[in-house]
Write a protein that binds this ligand. Structure first.
Ligand SMILES: C[S@@+](CC[C@H](N)C(=O)[O-])C[C@H]1O[C@@H](n2cnc3c(N)ncnc32)[C@H](O)[C@@H]1O
Length: 217
């Protein structure tokens, strides 16, 4: 928890929801202990989509498809979403959810490890949502930058690791040290890559928003 719990409860009490269908998909995921983006992050993502109206979206980390459906539903313009998942058990559930929503033609699920799958994509994408294994973000970054169009937006979730990110590596449990190190490297790269302008926000478990530079004509 990186923001006081009562504050989050208050903020989320003002959330007007996503409609009964998406809430059912979210509840089903939660019943099976499948991670889904937190309420405050959902609202932020919706806001970014309404503001940017991306026509092509790439998601890394489908799980059971909740966030892909949320993005498609809240985007004011028609879009195509490519989403990548490597956990075999979740893939049929996500596909079934896209079918249930009647969105199987606009949300395409690519199966496999994102670091490999991304290499085979052409882009450009207007919007990339990174929500997969936190220790791999640093490895996904060069491909994400390549795939992002000028002015494109990269959103990464869970970057502050419940506040552990500010601790020294010795204060972090041994099994979390590699992720801690890689996430710090990732945040450093995001904030020091010339082609990106990045903001790190304490929303949910920490979100970054990066915009790729446009060519000045
Ligand atoms: C936090 S969940 C995604 C939640 C989803 N975005 C939502 O909110 O509905 C992360 C997902 O990324 C997948 N994942 C992790 N590492 C991956 C990789 N290298 N390639 C593809 N998928 C990966 C996991 O199997 C998991 O289902």
């Amino acid at each position: 928890m990186i923001v006081e719990e009562r504050l989050i409860t208050y903020i989320n009490s003002l959330n007007t929801g996503n409609g009964s269908f998406l809430e059912e998909i979210e509840a089903e995921a939660q019943r099976s202990y499948v991670p889904v983006i937190r309420k405050e992050t959902q609202q932020f993502l919706k806001f970014l989509l309404v503001m940017n109206c991306p026509k092509s979206i790439l998601e890394i980390g489908t799980a059971t498809g909740f966030s892909a459906l949320l993005m498609e539903t809240s985007n004011p313009v028609p879009c195509h979403i490519t989403t990548i998942e490597n956990y075999k058990k979740r893939i049929p559930i996500a596909k079934a959810n896209f079918l249930r929503a009647g969105r199987e033609n606009v949300i395409e699920l690519l199966e496999g490890d994102a670091s490999q799958v991304m290499k085979g994509l052409d882009g450009p994408y207007d919007f990339i949502f990174m929500d997969a294994a936190k220790g791999q973000y640093i490895h996904f970054l060069p491909e994400a930058i390549r795939l992002l169009g000028p002015g494109g937006i990269l959103v990464s979730d869970n970057v502050l690791q419940d506040g552990d990110i500010i601790e020294s590596r010795f204060a972090v449990t041994r099994r979390n040290r590699t992720i801690h190190k890689r996430m710090r490297e990732y945040l450093y790269e995001l904030t020091h890559t010339e082609s990106l302008t990045t903001s790190i926000l304490p929303i949910g478990d920490g979100v970054t928003v990066s915009v790729k530079e446009r060519n000045k004509e």
